[in-house]
Design a protein around this ligand. Structure first.
Ligand code: ADP
Ligand code: MG
Length: 357
């Protein structure tokens, strides 16, 4: 069953969107500024009426311009998490989290119990008595996650939830979101600028450009073999799936070991590195710490001033490693399809991340 079925246009914003989301699916929405990403979330949340269109959440038609249906935001079962935590400043942390169960008519004790459960879940029980002004950005965002989930939403909408956090605080909140989105099989849409969010959190990536959905597919596919211009710009990264063995190594199903650095030491993981970080050698270099992949050149494509070399597809069918080199290097090394080469990547250029489902 679909959790979300949306078809909506807003002429003044140049937006015409169509999107279906399955029950329990996590969708990452990528796209340039002004593309219509926040508009998409506002339509689902009931903060905007489309000029034409219909939005169904589960079994409920919440927007239908033809029938004149518009269920107000608070009655949609949708919770939104924004860049800024937007906690009620005059309420304690616990009262912020208890607010939604209270407004659903649950009594004070029951609401307090729900709030404490969610504060535990986000590892913030010790912050219960604080006021929002006494929280760091990362702490406030954790509380905002607890508050959103305490509303027991059927759909969770996240609009760049990590982008206002400093780099130190973002990984912990990202990990928390992974836990809550995955373990509970939540239906969620996350707007993000960050590939890592899409990789860590989403089953599916949707790219919005100029008010339209121009691409939709499994996360790894869109990020490795993007079809839209926007995704090609931010993605086009090398992505090798496998199992993390330590925080510094990943092993693939076909026995390749990739050295990098990461935040996980077991379970499904991906190694991510830029094609620009791959150097091409004709003989294997000996300096460490490096990854040396012996391969043949399967494809060569010219992209402006760089030449992208591609290794053959991996044994599991995923795209082969890409390397970006200069035309001068192609000439010097006499690179051509079919040539045996070594793709060399320093381990500090390789990020290892827990993979999404
Ligand atoms: P994104 O979140 O992808 O950056 P938005 O959904 O905010 O993009 O914006 C989509 C389009 O709608 C843009 O052309 C933007 O200028 C316009 N827009 C956004 N917010 C408003 C608003 N409150 N009133 C009118 N137009 C808006
Ligand atoms: Mg936006």
């Amino acid at each position: 069953m679909s959790a979300i079925e949306l078809a909506a246009t807003i002429d003044a914003r140049g937006v015409s969107l169509d999107l279906d989301v399955d029950d329990g699916e996590v969708v990452a929405v990528l796209g340039p500024n002004g593309a219509g990403k926040s508009t998409l979330l506002s339509l689902i949340a009931g903060l905007l009426r489309p000029d034409t269109g219909r939005i169904v959440l589960g079994d409920d038609i919440v927007t239908d311009t033809r029938a004149g249906t518009f269920v107000p935001a608070h009655a949609r079962g949708v919770a939104t998490l924004n860049q800024k935590a937007l906690l009620f400043p005059h309420l304690s942390v616990e009262a912020n989290v208890a607010f939604s169960p209270r407004s659903r008519g649950i009594d004070r004790r029951g609401s307090q119990k729900i709030a404490r459960t969610w504060l535990d879940a986000v590892d913030a029980r010790d912050l219960a008595a604080r006021m929002p002004s006494q929280l760091s950005g990362g702490q406030a965002q954790r509380i905002a996650v607890a508050r959103a989930l305490a509303a027991d939403p059927r759909v969770l909408l996240l609009d760049e939830p990590l982008s206002a956090l400093d780099v130190g605080a973002a990984p912990a909140v990202r990990r928390l979101l992974r836990t809550v989105l995955r373990e509970q099989k939540r239906t969620a849409i996350i707007v993000t600028h960050d590939l890592l969010d899409a990789l860590a959190l989403a089953d599916t990536v949707v790219v919005v450009e100029g008010g339209r959905i121009v691409e939709r597919g499994p996360t790894a596919e869109v990020l490795t073999a993007p079809r839209s211009a926007f995704a090609a710009n931010i993605a086009g990264v090398n992505l090798i799936g496998g199992t993390a063995h330590t925080t510094e190594t990943l092993r693939t199903s076909w026995g390749l070991t990739v050295h990098g650095h990461g935040d996980t030491d077991n379970g499904a993981a991906v190694a991510v590195f830029s094609p620009a970080a791959v150097a091409v050698h004709l003989v294997p270099p000996h300096a460490s710490p490096r990854n040396v992949f012996e391969t043949t050149i399967a494809e060569m494509d010219i992209h402006g001033a760089t030449v992208r070399l591609r290794a053959p597809d991996n044994p599991d069918g995923s795209r082969g490693i890409a390397a970006d080199v200069t035309p001068a290097a192609v000439a010097d090394l006499e690179l051509e399809p079919g040539k045996r080469v070594y793709f060399v990547v320093k381990s500090q250029e390789v990020a290892l991340h827990t993979a999404s489902r």
